[in-house]
Design a protein around this ligand. Structure first.
Ligand SMILES: [Zn+2]
Length: 717
């Protein structure tokens, strides 16, 4: 296939209602960045766009939670997320916002064009309406009893206890979350995109043109094709393009007061408005990027976005007369330490936390951004879900980056300073042997293989090839042992070996650059060469460094990561999960669904945890204490702040028991406390310990205390 004239690369617009975690980074942004860095090193015409998705109900809902405005929420999270990406080396050409006037204008034009051509349908439906606030109630604006588990505070889109997806109509005894009133049903008019009319187009375009045996075009990942096929086979339905809400892009019609474009409709148009803004900033023309068939459009996303980027947005683009994506290399999910990553459950690592804990620390720096990029690419969920573990992160750094890649570069530089006077030695062509020739050949082959893999979005394998080349460099040094050669009689052999190792080092800088840009930069510094060396066409060349050129003294590329650093992270993860669990309704255990009606009894679990040995148990220091004061924690329904007298000291402990006990009723009670738990912050208060509780079959909590008062500080074992 002919090379595209230009590329437009998009990465899913992050939703600006909170911090983004490493699963997001691995899903869309990192692979997109690697691909773009590779294309740029190839000197291709490429624009990489992204930005904040700032509409939808979750933003005003987050605002209610934080006691502020929707605008304040997006103004808070947009710059943080943008900076997080920068700190992790994700280099967009533009990071735009869907709240910008240019985006509102672009999205309105798009809607108007489709509406004028008669591509949208209008329908009247009945929806819940809150008369007190004159608001139609969708998603989180409505609460009621879950028809599945009987939980009384289920939202209109989902029950947070049993996880069932809901619609407002399914709730029993619905109540408006805005006023607390019982809503009425009221008729409302909306515009719909009739996806059902475009089924033939989608079938042909996705399953034939981009199917497994696509000849002329790129075949899509089978995981992506599979999801598309099941959506299409399941029957496509018209989808509402507008909704009754005051936060979003206003519907540009006179008879549509109080309506905005549905966020799924306006968000992907954000890619177009971002391209427009980039063009304005750089005196370029944006149009060929969206209208010329010689542009290659690639959407990088996570698998939860497939339907929007492979089915809905392409229909919109086709109707609007734009080009269609050439590929949508969606990733599967990345789990964390054996469980699904989730910020709301406290089981995640936010990009912001990683940056503060690793990159901004004294012994951190940009190298730690590269360590993360390395590990996330090594475990990239390209074909199936994968798993992040802190141990795996440490291993990837210590046994691959430090021991293989960093070690080879360091040895080449150290030996060259020791054996060749700090200068690039000459190559004596008449003394080359088969081992030398083989390595030179390997360098050229590696370039072709890596290039091929990157063109197919196989970043994981491509990175493996780079490390494997460094591994071959180490093996070569081991075979040649230049340090054992006679520095006079065998000088030509020493020269040849180090000459080849140094050219390989320069090649490694070119090849690692798309993946680990900070490492490539540091290598350029050590080799005292300019950025131009990183042009992709230089890979495979054995003439990147001139003979006689002096290089800098070696410095380590990567530092080792210690066990203690990993332990701190695992403790932090467990603490954040416990904090969330004390605030939110507990999600159900995996594979169970609780049935029954409101107020029914929950079974006392008979599933036992994994066995432990006595030493594990003995690590927990349990003491008896007396609660000497208690008060509610502001803005946290479930938390009480307690002062507990432990005899040897008094401690502040935050406990998630406010729904079960009144603060004033528990003063003077004796309790059992875990006293050697790492401190953790809850709602800004540092909690120094945990109170043990028993939960009976009605879900009620009870303190664990001795019969009759005993001395504070008494041990429990
Ligand atoms: Zn439920």
């Amino acid at each position: 296939m002919a090379q595209p004239k230009r590329y437009l690369i998009t990465a899913a617009l992050p939703y600006a209602n909170g911090l983004k975690h490493l699963g997001h980074l691995a899903g869309a942004y990192l692979p997109a960045d690697i691909y773009v860095r590779y294309l740029k090193a190839q000197k291709r015409d490429v624009v990489f766009v992204c930005g904040s998705d700032e509409h939808g109900t979750a933003i005003p809902i987050q605002a209610m939670k934080e006691g502020t405005t929707a605008q304040a929420i997006i103004d808070k999270y947009h710059p943080i997320i943008e900076q997080n990406f920068k700190d992790l080396g994700i280099e967009f050409d533009i990071y735009h916002r869907t709240s910008s006037p240019l985006h509102h204008e672009t999205a309105q034009e798009f809607f108007t064009a489709l509406n004028k051509k008669g591509d949208l349908q209008i329908k009247e439906t009945e929806q819940y309406f809150d008369e007190a606030t004159s608001t139609f109630l969708a998603d989180r604006y409505i609460k009621g009893t879950c028809p599945n588990c009987g939980y009384e505070n289920a939202f209109g889109d989902q029950c947070e206890r049993c996880g069932t997806s809901l619609s407002p109509e399914m709730l029993i005894n619905p109540v408006s979350t805005l006023s607390g009133n019982i809503p009425i049903k009221k008729s409302t008019k909306h515009w719909y995109l009739p996806l059902d009319k475009h089924e033939d187009f989608l079938r042909e375009w996705i399953l034939n043109e981009h199917g497994n045996d696509a000849a002329a075009n790129e075949a899509w990942r089978s995981t992506v094709l599979g999801q598309c096929k099941s959506w299409i086979d399941g029957g496509l339905q018209p989808r509402a393009v507008t909704r009754d809400l005051d936060w979003g892009v206003k519907v540009p019609l006179k008879d549509a007061a109080g309506k905005v474009l549905y966020v799924w409709f306006d968000a992907p148009i954000g890619y177009i408005s971002a391209t427009k803004q980039w063009a304005l900033d750089n005196q370029k023309n944006w149009e060929p990027y969206w209208n010329d068939k010689e542009t290659k459009l690639v959407h990088f996303i996570g698998k939860d976005n497939i339907v929007f980027h492979c089915i809905i947005f392409p229909v919109m683009l086709k109707l609007h007369g734009n080009i269609l994506p050439t590929n949508v290399p969606a990733n599967e999910f990345m789990n964390l330490e054996g469980d699904k990553m989730s910020t709301s459950r406290g089981w995640s690592i936010e990009m912001d936390d990683y940056i503060n804990d690793w990159i901004k620390k004294d012994n951190g720096g940009p190298q730690l951004a590269d360590t993360l990029r390395y590990y996330l690419t090594q475990i990239a969920p390209e074909t199936k879900d994968s798993e992040f573990t802190w141990k795996g992160f440490q291993d990837a750094n210590n046994s691959e980056l430090v021991s293989i890649f960093g070690n080879f570069v360091n040895r080449a530089l150290v030996l060259m300073h020791k054996l060749c006077g700090g200068k690039v030695p000459p190559l004596h062509a008449d003394h080359l042997d088969n081992i030398d020739r083989k390595l030179v050949e390997e360098i050229k082959l590696a370039k072709d293989r890596i290039e091929n893999l990157l063109e197919q979005y196989k970043f994981r394998e491509a990175l493996f090839e780079v490390i494997d080349l460094a591994r071959k460099g180490n093996k070569y040094l081991q075979e040649k042992e230049p340090w054992k050669k006679n520095p006079v009689d065998e000088k030509h052999l020493i020269d040849n070996c180090l000459h080849i190792c140094l050219q390989l080092t320069a090649n490694l800088a070119v090849l690692i650059n798309p993946f680990l840009p900070n490492t490539a930069k540091k290598m350029l510094y050590l080799l005292k060469v300019v950025d131009k060396i990183l042009d992709w066409e230089n890979a495979g060349s054995m003439k990147l460094l001139s003979v006689g050129y002096t290089l800098r003294a070696p410095e380590l590329l990567f530092r080792k990561i210690e066990d203690t650093e990993i332990e701190v992270q695992i403790q932090k993860l467990n603490a954040s999960k416990m904090e969330k669990e004390s605030q939110e309704p507990l999600p159900p255990p995996e594979g169970h669904s609780r049935t029954g009606v409101a107020g029914s009894q929950l079974p006392v679990t008979n599933t036992l945890k994994d066995g432990i040995v006595f030493d594990d148990f003995a690590k927990v220091d349990l003491r008896i204490g007396t609660i000497i004061s208690a008060k509610k924690v502001e803005k946290a329904d479930k938390l009480l702040q307690l002062e507990v007298d432990l005899g040897f000291e008094k401690r502040t402990i935050v406990s998630g028991i406010a729904l079960h006990f009144n603060a004033e009723d528990i003063i003077g009670k004796q309790v059992t406390v875990v006293v050697n738990l790492a401190p953790r912050k809850m709602k800004g208060i540092e909690s120094n310990g945990m109170i043990l509780m028993a939960e009976d079959k009605t879900g009620k909590l009870h303190f664990i205390n001795p019969e009759g008062k005993i001395d504070e500080g008494s041990t429990v074992s």
